[in-house]
Design a protein around this ligand. Structure first.
Ligand SMILES: [Zn+2]
Length: 240
């Protein structure tokens, strides 16, 4: 692509986003982009509306008709000055569950925190508190997923009566953190790993409800907490 057509495309895209452009002399640094932060979809005011938007995005993802995922230049310029994400999501680090992709959301839409098995520690909890209290997202979702390797490893470690101190690095910390979910489903019918994944989402939600930042937001109706489960086989997110 020639520089002329490339520049024309940039201008067209930027102007479409309502960005004000000012001329700059050759060699001088470009001025910082200005403008508002247009939502990439219908404005979201409540947790229920935020959830509906996530569900709609996942429906598009499942149907392989991604439409709203907006990571283009216009959107990047538009959100550079500020952000108004509509949901905070805690998910696993699993490479097959990228949060923005499975919900078909773009730049500036989601606050995403990821840790193996959605394990909580101070940084994870603090990051989630930042999302709901400082960035004011009306929805906080904990998203577990099918065949989670972190919980599977925890099951295997507990079955082997392996002491967490025997694990290399901080993996032992992860096993220790996820172990209550595995113990909770001992003896239950059905697939043990799937049961543990669901139990883990429930335990994570219960612990987040103990946060002095998150709890009052939920009790005053400013924040909705939900658990969910991502099916690797179908791409669907099921609410729990
Ligand atoms: Zn996982």
């Amino acid at each position: 692509m020639s520089s002329t057509s490339s520049r024309r495309r940039f201008l067209t895209t930027a102007l479409a986003a309502g960005v004000t452009l000012t001329a700059c002399s050759k060699g001088a640094p470009a001025p910082a982009p200005t403008g508002t932060t247009p939502p990439s979809g219908t404005p979201v005011r409540t947790g229920q509306e935020a959830l509906a938007r996530l569900v709609a995005g996942n429906t598009r993802f499942v149907a392989d008709r991604d439409e709203r995922l907006d990571e283009g230049l216009a959107r990047r310029v538009a959100v550079a000055e500020g952000q108004h994400p509509f949901a905070t999501v805690l998910g696993c680090v699993d490479s097959r569950v990228p949060i923005e992709l499975v919900f078909d959301q773009g730049l500036g839409d989601l606050v995403v925190v990821r840790s193996a098995g959605e394990a909580l520690d101070q940084s994870v909890i603090g990051s989630l508190e930042f999302g709901v209290a400082e960035l004011h997202t009306p929805l906080l979702m904990v998203l577990g997923h099918q065949r989670c390797g972190a919980l599977d490893a925890t099951i295997k470690a507990l079955d082997a009566h392996q002491r967490t101190s025997e694990e290399a690095g901080q993996i032992g910390y992860l096993v220790e953190t996820l172990a209550p979910a595995v113990r909770r489903v001992a003896g239950r019918p059905g697939d043990r790993l799937t049961n543990a994944i669901h139990a883990n989402v429930d335990l994570v939600l219960a612990k987040l409800r103990q946060s002095p930042v998150i709890a009052p937001l939920e009790t005053t109706g400013k924040l909705k907490l939900v658990g969910a489960y991502y099916e690797l086989d179908t791409g669907r997110v099921l609410l729990t």
